[in-house]
Design a protein around this ligand. Structure first.
Ligand SMILES: Nc1nc2c(ncn2[C@@H]2O[C@H](COP(=O)(O)OP(=O)(O)OP(=O)(O)O)[C@@H](O)[C@H]2O)c(=O)[nH]1
Length: 520
């Protein structure tokens, strides 16, 4: 994932500092130099990096800190805050209100992903009960209207545009008027991304903006543009009142530091990120959880939200009921595998867990893990005929997705040969699924390990959507150590490392803040 390397480098710099016995000027400088180098390599603008370094040095004056102060904590907090500051211009963007018509104009260079992002933005709001509409005011690029029309049709969103009209201002005004009459509450205007001359493009943006009077102008940028981001964002800002940024292609291999520069240039927050070509690959952007993930501190609230997002509402009470009965069946495992596959890029989910930056997840493992789940599901499909999906190998109580993920990533406990059922039944399952007997045995091993791990998760309940208090009450190192899979605990540095991590984050409340939580 984008910025993963940056996160990895910063985490390492912090870790090295934590390993030092005494935190003196040299240790602090080494740590800051390492972070500076990482930021510059990620294409973050030089001035921003220099300012960050100066600010941290101002906050962390080692001479002034009395002996009793936890210097590590203060330094880490300062770095965390400065990174957040870089991404947070300090004022929120305009937020459209449902049932009150808002006009949102999208600007950005051709190829930035503007048209795709317009549809994603519309689709996102449509799912939340809005009535969005799309207007294509790009008359420069042949095919622009067709592309928007195609996207809009797929998402069942009304659209407006013209093959004949060459005046973008006229189309924009007509489209906005029409959709206002039709009571649409989110009217999205897509604009050109290229002109014969750059000056003409910016003049056109100014005119469209003047004529449609948008409530919000969103600047769309490709995360891979590097150092060019600052100038590009600033150029748009000088022509129109950019109020928010959306960064696209965060799923690629770009360095991504340009995103930070765009925030500085426009003094506007990033509100969403694009993480793929598909309509659903679009995420709300929150600074604190993002930086938290970047530094390998996890984003538990995002993780929980993701779970609530993918476990269908109607399945949630039934699942919880079954769980409280303490019965873990193959059917439950099957359903949860299905949900995990829906969770989207598994890497992304993984990076929300504390102790992991996404860099720690080796490339290629993602596909392997997904293939493994699919393989197990095929075998379980063949069990349906055997009536085995209600099979209960272990009694268990409590549930935890961290455990499930750990199993999928092969980080569970020692393998033991499960004598769960006789060989002839297993042979039948293998034949039915067109797989080897050894693979069926492997699946049962996974099942057994899963049940065993989950049985240890008793007590950590997934809180209701938006309610993090239950989780926060449960959060102490002792509990976390039981909840985290052994491999993950090892990554953090064992019980000591976990206690350290939690101490460094300060109180539970602070920690939930770091994890993007707190009751919302
Ligand atoms: N991987 C990935 N591809 C994306 C993302 N967003 C857009 N794209 C792709 O980027 C390419 C360009 O996107 P468009 O939406 O056509 O770009 P545009 O900026 O609207 O271009 P103009 O309409 O010419 O101004 C398309 O192939 C999109 O599918 C993203 O978040 N991730």
């Amino acid at each position: 994932m984008v910025l993963a390397e940056l996160g990895g480098s910063i985490s390492r710099a912090l870790q090295q500092m934590s390993n030092a016995t005494i935190i003196d000027e040299k240790v602090l400088n080494d740590c800051l130099n390492e972070i500076t180098r990482a930021l510059l390599q990620s294409d973050v603008q030089f001035k921003l990096v220099r300012d960050m370094q100066t600010n941290i040095k101002k906050i962390v004056n080692l001479d002034d800190l009395a002996a009793g102060h936890n210097k590590r904590k203060i330094i880490q907090q300062a770095i965390f805050n400065e990174l957040c500051k870089m991404l947070d211009p300090g004022k929120p963007s305009f937020t459209p209100k449902k049932s009150k018509p808002s006009v949102v104009m999208f600007v950005g260079l051709q190829g930035s992903g503007k048209t795709t992002t317009c549809t994603k933005y519309a689709y996102y709001h449509q799912k939340k009960g809005w009535k969005p509409a799309l207007v294509c005011a790009d008359t420069f690029r042949a095919g622009a209207f067709d592309q928007l029309k195609q996207n809009a049709t797929k998402a069942k969103i009304p659209f407006y545009g013209s093959y004949m009209e060459s005046d973008p201002v006229k189309i924009a005004v007509e489209g906005v008027e029409r959709f206002k009459k039709e009571n649409c509450d989110l009217i999205i205007v897509d604009t050109s991304g290229r002109h014969k001359q750059e000056v003409a493009l910016f003049e056109e943006m100014r005119q469209v903006s003047e004529a449609t009077k948008p409530d919000l102008v969103i600047f769309v940028m490709d995360s891979s543009i590097g150092q060019a981001a600052f100038d590009q964002a600033q150029a748009f800002k000088q022509s129109v009142a950019v109020g928010a940024v959306i960064v696209t292609k965060m799923d690629g291999h770009a360095k991504g530091g340009g995103a930070l520069s765009a925030v500085a240039a426009t003094k506007s927050p990033i509100i969403f990120i694009g993480t793929g070509e598909h309509m659903d690959e679009f995420e709300v952007f929150d600074v604190k959880p993002f930086v938290s993930r970047l530094l390998g501190m996890g984003d538990l609230s995002g993780f929980m939200d993701k779970i609530h997002e993918v476990v269908p509402m109607d399945q949630q009470p039934e699942l919880l009921q079954k769980l409280s009965e303490g019965t873990f069946t193959m059917r439950i495992m099957y359903d949860q595998f299905q949900n995990i596959l829906k969770m989207g890029p598994i890497n992304q989910v993984f990076s929300m867990l504390p102790g992991f930056s996404s860099e720690l997840m080796p490339k290629g493992r993602e596909k392997e893990s997904q293939a493994k789940i699919k393989r197990y599901m095929t075998m379980m499909d063949s069990m349906t005929n055997e009536g085995l999906l209600n099979f209960k190998g272990e009694k268990w109580a409590g549930h935890n997705w961290i455990g499930l993920l750990s199993v999928i990533f092969g980080m569970g406990q020692n393998r033991t040969n499960p004598k769960l059922m006789n060989e002839s039944r297993m042979m039948r399952i293998a034949r039915g699924a067109g797989r080897q007997l050894r693979e069926v045995v492997e699946m049962f091993e996974e099942y057994k390990r899963l049940a065993k791990i989950w049985s240890k998760m008793k007590g950590l309940k997934i809180p209701k959507k938006g309610d993090m208090s239950a989780l926060s009450r449960n959060m102490n190192a002792q509990h976390m150590s039981k909840v985290l899979p052994p491999q993950m605990l090892k990554q953090i540095g064992g019980m000591g490392g976990l206690q350290n991590l939690m101490k460094q984050m300060g109180s539970n409340k602070d920690m939930m803040g770091m994890f993007g939580g707190g009751d919302k």
